[in-house]
Design a protein around this ligand. Structure first.
Ligand code: HEC
Length: 123
């Protein structure tokens, strides 16, 4: 009985240590990714989320592939409309309300709404 309790304690300790190490690592990765992106925190987050979810259809420079060109999307849609498009999806585009946090969609919408001129495409 005593030995079992000890083993359980040891197991819990190992799990705790693992959890702490795992969290520490992911926090470090996030930070380095954000600083690598440069710009404001919001912009950095938006670019990262865009890279992970949208490039396949809208291209890295926003010029579009399956999806339309978004380089000057801010001149035709408001931030709220862009938010809505990302959140609910469009024909040929999945909804992101279940895949992304609201704040990630918000960062994306703000970043895209600032794109009003195709010359400044990726800035
Ligand atoms: C599977 C391909 C696909 C993915 C992935 C995708 N989109 Fe789209 N997106 C489309 C298509 C296709 C349309 C055009 C739909 C239409 O014509 O109504 C579109 C439309 C849009 C629009 C509206 C453009 C307009 O002029 O009305 C926005 C904004 C947008 N996408 C942003 C994003 C963002 C941000 C992501 C990543 C979170 C994303 N999309 C991921 C395919 C995609």
């Amino acid at each position: 009985m005593r030995t079992e309790a000890r083993q359980l304690q040891l197991l819990l300790l190992v799990i705790c240590l693992f959890a702490i190490t795992a969290c520490g690592q992911s926090a470090t990765t996030d930070n380095s990714a954000a600083s690598f992106e440069g710009g404001s925190a919001n912009e950095a987050k938006a670019k990262l989320v865009y890279k992970q979810n949208c490039v396949g259809c809208h291209a890295a420079d926003l010029s579009g592939r399956v999806g339309p060109n978004l380089q000057s999307i801010g001149s035709t849609l408001t931030k709220a409309e862009i938010y809505e498009a990302i959140s609910s999806g469009r024909e040929g585009m999945p909804p992101y309300d279940k895949r992304l946090e609201a704040e990630d969609i918000d960062a994306l919408a703000a970043w895209l709404a600032a794109h009003t001129d195709s010359k400044g495409a990726t800035e």
